[in-house]
Ligand binder design. Structure first.
Ligand code: PLP
Length: 449
């Protein structure tokens, strides 16, 4: 596919790839400038939830624009910022009382990292600085967020700049790093957090950051029941803040308001981005539990942090309109229903010779592709099997998300799906049909190679 511009001035993500020119979006569909239609099975990249081209959002933009687009939050708060904050807090468990606005998922996680440090400083524990996270996680591209990220490929070029943060194994049941099976599982993956904190010394550990259901490289990996309850106990015992990264999972993506709601655990900080703007605006937010905020309030200390466009008035109005639409159309419940339908149809793909695992929750679903199903041996990463499947699906009119490195940071191929919550049953069927055809085409090629 070739862009229709000759003099391409954009420094693209993939240097050797030709990008089609997007033209417009409508519901779950994206159209390029040649008129080709794609099902947005990726929701952009875990972003588009109420669909493209929402008239309600268009209306909200016009209304706010007529009043004011931007007033600096150093001088003013706004009705839009207040309303949006209240809506975000209504999604969180009881006890969450404040929202710190930002402009992306990276910025929301960077905020959480600094907030946790500042909280411990106020508690007279200046040595509590390290944030533990999980291998193969993704928490963002800025240096603090990348230090917490456990994705080897993304970290590699910038290792010299990264903070010395420890990583533990994720709860990867398909390839349990502790050699357990569901019958023998004692949630060793959670105990690993306890061991890591003890090894480092709890007096040096500030926080543990975790995605409730992974997006990127792990392909919609969800933790076994009991994992988060145990993590919460361990964090409490060691005075370590629990940060839940809901950038992919919130709001509603997994069929609950937040991903962590599947396990009823209350974190200390919650970060959100992508879906709270529905793709209409770049946005991030860090939700703060009252016990964390109390440290600032009682000491009369302001959090020394901020971005020019944090709490941007128009942005907040747009986020508010997106959350209104999710509410009005009861889209969280719909994501749960459609998610079950998608899961059932994806299960049927297990008959394909390279589909090793199918996983996820709600409308966040993933497939792990393997060279040998009996041994679970991955493809050589040089083959770029997940990218081949994504390209094949795109050629057939479906957008999906390719992930790499789930096995050991290098090898491992996943495909993630995150369609808008407005997806219809017939469209789910179309998504799975195209995916089957794309995986089959790549399997024939790769198994013969
Ligand atoms: N956290 C998670 C779980 C993500 O998947 C991402 C982005 O993919 C981020 C954080 C970073 O968000 P952003 O790209 O908006 O900075």
């Amino acid at each position: 596919m070739t862009a229709t511009v000759n003099a391409d001035r954009v420094f693209h993500r993939e240097i050797d790839r030709d990008y089609p020119m997007v033209d417009r979006g409508e519901g779950i569909y994206v159209f390029d400038s040649t008129g080709r239609r794609y099902i947005d099975g990726a929701g952009g990249v875990f972003v588009v939830n109420i669909g493209h081209g929402s008239p309600a959002v268009e209306q909200a933009i016009a209304t706010q624009m007529r009043r004011i687009a931007f007033a600096h939050t150093g001088n003013f708060t706004s009705e839009a910022e207040q309303r949006f904050s209240a809506q975000l807090l209504a999604l969180a468990p009881a006890g969450f009382s404040k929202v710190w606005m930002s402009t992306s998922g990276s910025a929301a996680n960077e905020t959480a990292l600094k907030l946790a440090r500042h909280y411990h400083l106020l508690a007279g524990k200046p040595e509590k600085t390290k944030v533990i996270s999980r291998w193969n996680s993704y928490h963002g591209s800025s240096l603090g967020a990348l230090s917490m990220t456990g994705q080897t490929r993304r970290r590699e070029p910038y290792e010299p700049y990264l903070l010395n943060f420890p990583h533990i194994e994720p709860p990867y049941c398909y390839r349990c790093p502790f050699g357990k099976t569901p019958d023998s599982c004692a949630i060793d993956c959670a105990e690993e957090l306890d061991r890591m904190i003890r090894r480092i010394g709890a007096q040096y550990v500030s926080a543990f950051i975790v995605e409730p259901v992974s997006g990127g490289p792990l392909g919609a990996l969800a933790a076994p029941d009991g994992y988060f309850a145990r993590v919460r106990e361990i964090c409490d015992r060691h005075d370590v803040l629990l940060i839940v990264d809901e950038v992919v999972t919130g709001p509603g993506r997994t069929g609950r308001n937040l991903g962590i709601d599947h396990w009823g655990v209350v974190p200390d900080l919650i970060t959100m981005a992508k879906g709270i703007g529905g793709g209409y605006v770049p946005i991030g937010a860090t939700l703060v539990h009252e016990r964390v905020y109390a440290a600032f309030e009682t000491s009369g200390t302001s959090f020394r942090h901020g971005e020019t466009f944090a709490g941007h008035t128009l942005t907040a109005a747009i986020g508010s309109a997106v959350l209104d639409e999710i509410d009005r159309l009861d889209l969280v419940a719909r994501a749960a229903r459609m998610g079950e339908m998608l899961a059932a149809q994806l299960e049927a793909l297990r008959d394909l010779p390279i589909v090793g695992d199918v996983r996820g929750k709600g409308l966040l679903r993933g497939i792990e592709l393997v060279r040998d199903k009996a041994t679970k041996a991955p493809f050589d990463r040089q083959r770029h099997v997940s990218e081949q499947v994504a390209d094949e699906a795109m050629a057939q009119g479906l957008l999906v998300i390719a992930g790499g490195g789930c096995v050991d940071g290098v090898d491992g191929d996943t495909i993630a799906l995150a369609p808008p919550y407005i997806v219809e049953p017939a469209e789910i069927q179309a998504i799975v049909d195209i995916l089957r055809s794309a995986i089959t085409a790549v399997a024939i090629r790769e198994l013969a190679a």
